[in-house]
Design a protein around this ligand. Structure first.
Ligand code: MYA
Length: 625
């Protein structure tokens, strides 16, 4: 679906038909509507694309940890915090572009490399929520080190946890959890970044079928210079079971450096996360035993996507921790710094910044833990939310750190304050693990695809109205209610009284969201995939809606439980809703307005002209002969 990013027109055309063939013929929706729908997609966000409210993932705010799990998590917080206070030195790691061996050893001893590996295999055996809580501590202290342990477990060996056979788990998990063997995730190549399916690394099956021989190279691999075990993606020739046609399809492999033929380049010199090793990895005639295929042969693209989906919430949790630390530094300064005879905390200009930073931190954390807890409850439908949380967290963290530096003024710009390192470290978070631009398209197009399949259901139902009266009536009343502003969406049962007016604002956004998706689908049909200016606006509205929903849910919970922070959380939620609902409505109106179509056209012309001229293309300000 997102393949449209490629410039090859032929591929684009093929893609369009594929995309809309998918919309029209998703297996789940092929059944006659009268036979009843397929498995209900529980994703709150996916459902608002089709104008439906499915509240189970978000209301009430999930709370999955048992008291034992809470106790275990609490018992780990102290050693993790002590490690950062007493052993690790983030500034030194950054300066040396390396984490020293003693620090790494201490991290292994903490169990920080195998947080989610079951204890039978030597790990800490924590779930996503518990892992997220530890990620917050890591994010508050050292993002470079965070990527070292994150690339190892969040993506490096996650595929073995998710898709490994019992033998693969038994062989590899103990090593990566506690035996000081590093792991990496090797997907990106020089000509394949966002377009992950276009990788060129190739593995050819031996005549006896016992192994594959892998050739090619990967770039920018986190832990690439030190990993002994890698999850590697390569093209393999597959025969279509139905047609007998031979076709290249991606397969995932577990590759050991010890197989031979695996080498890596020197550590890349980077702007930030310098402590994390990033390197090229080369594969030359690497012999991979057949039993090291991860998942099904030819299904490697989905393996890659699912590993990435599964790890994304961790970035949200990590960056919620980073923001906390930035806010702490900014607050300490605001509380003490005197200018014009007053502490600067008393000035509105500073108060506005501090409040905004806290609002964004609250929403980021609320997203991350709503997702982790849904995942822990066994939900499979978290992909859209995970992508949203990654985009939101990485942009909010950048904003928060930048504003913290602004509050600290000249002090913020000094290395010694430690915020310049964090800002440098943060920059990559909007780029890796799926660029925010690609993830916005992913959110919008995946949601639209889901909505499109629903529209098909409606059309099909209308063809046999007598058999589908109930369904048609429900659809008709839903549309009538939301079109005449009667509030098709009702969030009132889910939030506390004080948040009712805010929930109404969010409901209005959800109604307009569903209508906008439908309008766009009817207007553009398959050409919706071309409308990136519009898709980004839709994604932005989706992000704002999710932020409102998770904060309203979390603040309602805090109030119901009478938590000491409840009033503050209500303020954060109200302020966020006032900002986000306005912005979401604006984005949704803009998505269909002719004014914005004209603007998009002009923007597109400007970009084309700039590209044709390899840069700025204006007359000189001063006319020189
Ligand atoms: S690792 C490298 C990261 N790279 C990327 O993220 C690549 C980004 N690109 C993509 O994700 C894909 O290529 C896109 C799809 C999305 C553009 N879930 O035709 P398609 C299915 C499930 O749309 P394309 C790094 O950065 C789709 O439904 N399924 O595909 C290291 C379809 O299925 P079907 C998905 O147009 C960072 C099929 O695939 C998904 O080619 C280090 C084809 O789809 C999905 N998401 O492009 C991080 N997408 O055929 C360290 C597609 O059945 C972490 N599909 O209809 C640190 C964490 C924090 C620290 C922790 C401290 C402790």
């Amino acid at each position: 679906m997102l393949r449209l990013a490629r410039v090859n027109i032929q591929k684009l055309d093929a893609l369009h038909s594929r995309c809309f063939a998918a919309v029209a013929s998703k297996k789940a929706h092929e059944k006659d509507i009268a036979q009843g729908p397929a498995r209900q997609n529980e994703s709150f966000m996916a459902n608002i694309f089709r104008g439906s409210l499915v509240p189970t993932q978000v209301f009430p705010y999930p709370d999955v940890l048992t008291s034992e799990q809470k106790e275990l998590t609490a018992s780990l917080i102290d050693p993790f915090e002590r490690f950062f206070a007493e052993v690790n030195n983030a500034a030194r790691n950054d300066e040396n572009s390396k984490i020293d061996d003693n620090t790494l050893t201490a991290l292994w001893e903490l169990g920080a490399f195998g947080i989610q590996v079951p204890s039978d295999f030597g790990g800490l055996g924590l779930n996503n929520t518990q892992y997220g809580r530890l990620c917050e501590i890591v994010g508050a202290n050292d993002l470079g080190l965070g990527i070292t342990i994150g690339a190892h477990q969040s993506i490096g060996f996650k595929g073995i946890l998710l898709f490994g056979t019992p033998e693969q788990k038994e062989k590899y998990l103990p090593k990566v959890a506690s035996e000081k063997v590093y792991a990496a995730f090797a997907l990106t190549e020089p000509s394949s970044g966002s377009d992950a399916a276009s990788i060129k690394c190739r593995a050819v099956k031996s005549a006896d079928g016992k192994h594959y021989v892998l050739n090619g190279s990967k770039i920018w691999i986190s832990n690439g210079g030190m990993a002994e075990i890698m999850t590697v993606f390569a093209q393999t020739e597959q025969t279509d079971k139905k047609t007998g046609e031979k076709k290249d399809k991606v397969t995932a492999f577990i590759v050991e450096r010890s197989f031979g033929g695996v080498t890596s380049g020197p550590p890349e010199k980077k702007m930030g996360i310098k402590a994390s090793n990033t390197a090229e990895v080369y594969f030359e005639d690497v012999k991979i035993p057949i039993e090291n295929i991860l998942g099904e042969e030819g299904e490697g693209f989905k393996v890659a996507m699912n590993i990435l989906n599964n790890g994304r919430f961790g970035m949200g949790a990590t960056l919620a921790g980073t923001m906390k630390e930035c806010i702490k530094k900014a607050t300490e300064h605001a509380n003490n710094r005197v200018q014009f005879g007053q502490k600067i905390k008393n000035y509105g200009a500073i108060q506005e910044k501090l409040a905004q930073m806290n609002i964004l931190q609250y929403a980021t954390e609320s997203m991350a833990f709503a997702i982790s807890q849904n995942m822990d409850s066994g939900s499979q439908d978290y992909h859209l939310e995970a992508a949203i949380s990654k985009v939101y967290a990485s942009e909010c963290a950048w904003y928060v750190c930048d504003e913290a530096i602004q509050i600290l003024g000249g002090m913020g710009f000094m290395k010694e304050t430690g915020l310049e390192r964090v800002l440098r470290d943060l920059r990559i978070f909007r780029i890796f693990e799926g660029t925010n631009d690609i993830l916005r398209l992913f959110v919008a197009l995946t949601g639209i695809q889901y909505a499109g399949s629903h529209l098909k259901e409606v059309q099909r139902a209308l063809k046999k109205p007598t058999a589908n009266l109930g369904f048609i009536f429900k659809e008709a009343s839903k549309r009538a209610a939301s079109t005449v502003g009667l509030g098709g969406t009702d969030l009132s049962p889910y939030v506390i009284d004080e948040l009712q007016p805010y929930a109404k604002k969010t409901a209005a956004c959800i109604d307009l969201f569903g209508q906008t998706v439908e309008e766009l689908l009817l207007k553009y049909n398959k050409n919706i995939v071309h409308q990136q200016f519009t898709l980004s606006k839709l994604a932005n509205a989706a992000i704002d809606i999710y932020a409102m929903i998770v904060t309203q849910s979390r603040a309602s919970r805090a109030t119901r439980l009478n938590l000491p922070t409840a009033n503050h959380e209500l303020s954060l939620t109200k302020a966020l809703t006032l900002q986000a609902s306005d912005r979401a409505l604006m984005n949704l109106r803009n998505a269909t307005s002719s004014y914005h179509q004209e603007l998009n056209k002009e923007m597109s012309l400007i970009a084309q002209s700039v590209c044709e001229n390899s840069g700025v293309h204006t007359s000189g300000v001063i006319d020189l002969n």
